[in-house]
Design a protein around this ligand. Sequence first.
Ligand code: NOS
Length: 320
Amino acid sequence: MGERKKIIIDTDPGIDDAMAIFVALKSPEVDVIGLTTIYGNVYTTLATRNALHLLEVAGRTDIPVAEGTQKTILNGTKLRIADFVHGKDGLGNQNFPPPKGKPIEKTAPEFLVEQAKLYPGEITVVALGPLTNIALAVQLDPEFSKNVGQIVLLGGAFAVNGNVNPASEANIFGDPEAADIVFTCGADIIAVGINVTHQVIMTADDRDKLASSNGKLAQYLCKILGVYYSYHLDAYEIKGVYLHDPTTILAAFLPSLFTYTEGVVRVQTNGITRGLTLLYNNRKRFEELNEWSDKPSVKVAVTVDAPAVLNLIMDRLMES
Ligand SMILES: O=c1[nH]cnc2c1ncn2[C@@H]1O[C@H](CO)[C@@H](O)[C@H]1O
């Protein structure tokens, strides 16, 4: 087998984060070299606990977990936590016992900087929560954006409504200032927004299929998925769930399942559209300089082969 791609998953587990982590652990294309934790679906301390727990469930306690920041990049502590999507414990209100493992000494931004320096151009960071740790890594080391191979992030609502409010998607809304730093840092970036992830739906029938498999991870996921299904039925009136995080994981190593456009993305940090992601599509040369001028471009996913993505996710979760 060829070289596996080294990935670090920055995560706020989270039910769809759990799925994404398991998909990554079951994918021969990648080597998960660490998890870093962030607030979002839960507070950061609980994200760390859940990350350690999920690695124990998967029998992969060899993978280090580095704890991330508890605050936004501007030191904000009034966080928006989506426990109404994932349950109070972030994992479907199952009251799992506390993990035995502990996070490593290094903080998430320190770990990201260290690994990017150790393997220049080789690390893919998959960011599944608000982008604070990644922005802190950019600030900590001016070389980080050059050293990191690629950042594949779940964030934004490109030309569609958000999921926090009509303007804003949850991960960007969680820390818009951090998101703007990351989008303009010059790293090789793929953004996967909810305009794409809302096309990848795991139906109730798919869940039954998952439940009928003997895979340990599939069985575990079926236990925690109930809360996530109830939330979707209530909020979107669909009998299925959006696979935001697992879809984004696949973009990190099977990018041809998606198509992309390229351009500069800036994030609104003020007013009623705080958290809005706005892509400049390069179609016009503007007369005046503006906030998008001379900033680095990123790739933004525009279409997805949803059946192929769903099949891959199902296969990998069922074979465990
Ligand atoms: O309505 C919502 N509010 C807040 N977070 C949500 C909502 N729906 C999904 N997610 C979470 O935010 C990320 C995608 O935006 C996903 O991680 C998902 O679990």
